[in-house]
Design a binder for this molecule. Structure first.
Ligand code: FDM
Length: 212
């Protein structure tokens, strides 16, 4: 492969409802890119390893109760605390494949009834993804996939609202992938989109900031 050492990595985000297959697809994608010789890391939000992340994790497990606005700001803070590392990784040429980002932040909080513009505000100034891959699945189909777990948001009725919020939020630049296709077909589409994105970034597309 011919990555010039001065080209930056790409910021690639996977979004979708719970059980859409994001997590397994993102690890497949990382192995694929590693195999091609790319510097690549798999990240996810919330990052539960930080102090803020532990507060979020306990909230999601129903072990603590927080006001909706408060938890929204914690999710955002959890991205802000990783921003400078994210920027330095990208600038040093590492591509990041991120399982959930600001779109999850806005979609889930606005599904609770918070104002969407209010939800977007704390995300302004975070790094903007070069590519958003949305794994589309209906909440009913997602629920059929072995049922939801125990966490706070894993309920059909709530996922329906999240799905609506994602629709409101989605932009023409998003790549919408049918997550109900066979795993290999989804994987193929993700690969194609990611390779295109890497090419554009290598050609010098500048990093930009939310909210675009
Ligand atoms: N979630 C995730 C949010 O509500 N806001 C956010 O900013 C992010 C990143 O947290 F239900 C929700 C989405 C999901 C839950 O995510 C935990 P994972 O991917 O299941 O760990």
């Amino acid at each position: 492969n011919n990555h010039s050492s001065d080209s930056r990595g790409a910021l690639i985000v996977l979004e979708g409802l719970d059980r859409c297959g994001k997590t397994s697809q993102s690890s497949r994608l990382v192995s694929y890119l590693e195999g091609l010789g790319h510097a690549v890391e798999s990240w996810r939000f919330p990052d539960r390893t930080t102090n803020v992340g532990q507060m979020i994790s306990s909230y999601l497990a129903n072990k603590s109760h927080l006001d909706d606005h408060t938890v929204h700001l914690l999710f955002s803070a959890n991205r802000w605390e990783k921003r400078s590392l994210m920027e330095s990784k990208l600038k040093s040429g590492t591509t990041l494949i991120i399982d959930r980002y600001s779109y999850s932040g806005v979609a889930f909080s606005s599904a609770k009834g918070l104002d969407m513009e209010w939800c977007k505000a704390p995300e302004v100034g975070l790094l903007a993804p070069d590519l958003v891959l949305y794994l589309e699945i209906s909440p009913e189909k997602a629920a059929e996939r072995g049922g939801y777990g125990e966490e706070r948001y894993e309920q059909l009725e709530f996922q329906e609202k999240v799905s609506q919020s994602y629709k409101t939020l989605s932009e023409s630049s998003w790549k919408i992938i049918d997550a109900t296709l066979p795993i290999e077909d989804v994987e193929k589409q993700l690969r194609e989109n990611v390779l295109d994105c890497l090419t554009v970034c290598q050609k010098g597309k500048p990093l930009s900031e939310l909210w675009l």
